[in-house]
Design a protein around this ligand. Structure first.
Ligand code: ZN
Length: 411
């Protein structure tokens, strides 16, 4: 999905503004001799930026407007070092609200809905983003924040919440509690808007079946406004991305080259109209792909697939980029296999190879199922793995999350 002329002009404006204001980013661009983009080729030559770069700008080095124009900051969690601080102008906050409102609309949510918000409020962008979008929509917000399951369920019943905003893990917990307490008939939920984390089809089905609701995946990250830069529509064919506010491209995480639409790679985002802290070619490390073609809903907003994991998990096998989740999803389609598996990557005779160990009970033909798994991987991902089927209980189990991917190439 190549950048169009309008977007290119917007990026050019952002770069000129950054260089002129001389913020952290502007200085970097100036040092690299960049003061604008006039063509698609120019855009492709722009350097990427990384979370590490943004950390270096702590605390307010990313601010690209005079301080009087900044109305708020948000921060990404600092669990792995210095946090990143993103300043927002009034227009940035408003733009974010407009995008979030659009997300609710794509999910068929209206001003007659009662929106129960469980993500946290505070420095990070979760709760407040869900709230502002809902207010712009004119819906009734129930601003719960996280935790206190008793109170959550009580309010959900008393207020008749119709939309649940949550992480996938919290939505699952609530679903299980509702089931256990036998209060399902008192719950009015119709839809769930779930913050994008990596979650499997099985978990998704459990939440939607137990709560009896339609689920919508919302995408976003603190560095780029927050959640709300894209969501799937009711046809559930990927998340529509608001390309009037951001330009999204997919690159090969190793070479940095753009990959063709339909191919998995790393999401890179450029903001188009952000004032407080514009970002140019920001590497998210999230893995997805552009879904080619048009959505049955008729919307022209481009679509990306469900987030497949982090680029740090990527493997390159026989020239094909592979992510553990892709293999996981294929294995999940074989009811004969247990949920345990192991993927081992090694370098043999000058080539990367993948071995997949799976478990099944003694009643199926091991060779036959190994052949079918290998064929499915070949047809869906493009290379043939070695598949080894073992007896149920042979693969290691551990209390903690088992290590399922073992890369032996660099031992
Ligand atoms: Zn659609």
């Amino acid at each position: 999905m190549e950048i169009n002329q309008v977007q290119l002009k917007q990026v050019d404006n952002q770069i000129k503004r950054l260089v002129a204001c001389g913020n952290f980013y502007g200085k970097k661009l100036k040092e690299a001799g960049i003061n604008g983009v006039a063509s698609v080729e120019d855009f492709k030559k722009l350097p990427f930026s990384e979370k590490e770069d943004l950390r270096e700008a702590y605390p307010l080095g990313l601010m690209a407007v005079p301080e009087e124009e900044v109305v708020r900051i948000h921060s990404s969690s600092g669990t792995t070092g210095t946090p990143v601080i993103i300043p927002y102008t009034a227009k940035d906050v408003d733009d974010w609200g407009i995008m979030f409102k659009r997300c609710y609309e794509f999910a068929g949510i209206t001003n007659k809905d009662r929106i129960h918000i469980t993500p946290g409020y505070g420095l990070w962008t979760a709760g407040i983003g869900f709230q502002y979008g809902a207010e712009k929509l004119g819906a009734m917000v129930i601003p719960m924040g996280p935790g206190n399951t008793n109170k959550q369920l009580q309010m959900m019943m008393d207020m008749g919440s119709t939309v649940l905003c949550a992480t996938s893990s919290y939505a699952l917990l609530l679903a299980e509690e509702i089931e256990q307490r036998g209060i399902k008939d008192k719950i009015k939920l119709k839809k769930g808007v779930i913050g994008s984390e990596r979650w499997g089809e099985k978990m998704r089905n459990r939440i939607s079946t137990e709560l009896g609701i339609e689920l919508y995946d919302i995408y976003g990250l603190t560095e780029i406004y927050g959640p709300g830069i894209g969501i799937n529509c009711k046809y559930d064919t990927g998340m529509h991305i608001w390309d009037d506010y951001i330009y999204l491209e997919i690159i090969d995480p190793v070479t940095g080259e753009n990959v063709p639409d339909g191919t998995f790679g790393e999401i890179v985002i450029t903001t188009l109209v952000k004032e407080g802290a514009p970002l140019i070619r920001y590497r998210t490390h999230d893995i997805s792909r552009i879904i080619p073609g048009e959505c049955p809903c008729g919307s022209k907003f481009p679509r990306i697939d469900v987030i497949q994991g982090r680029s740090d998990d990527m493997m390159k096998i026989k020239g094909v980029n592979v992510f553990p989740k892709q293999i996981e999803e294929i294995l999940a389609t074989f009811p004969e296999l247990s949920s345990e598996y192991q993927i081992r990557i090694s370098h043999l005779d000058g080539k990367d190879t993948m071995r997949i160990y799976v478990e099944t009970n003694g009643h199926v033909d091991f060779l036959e199922i190994a052949r079918r798994v290998a064929e499915t991987v070949k047809s869906r991902i493009g290379f043939t793995p070695l598949v080894k089927v073992v007896e149920l209980g042979v693969l290691p189990r551990s209390e903690k999350k088992s290590k399922r991917v073992i890369d032996e190439r660099y031992d």
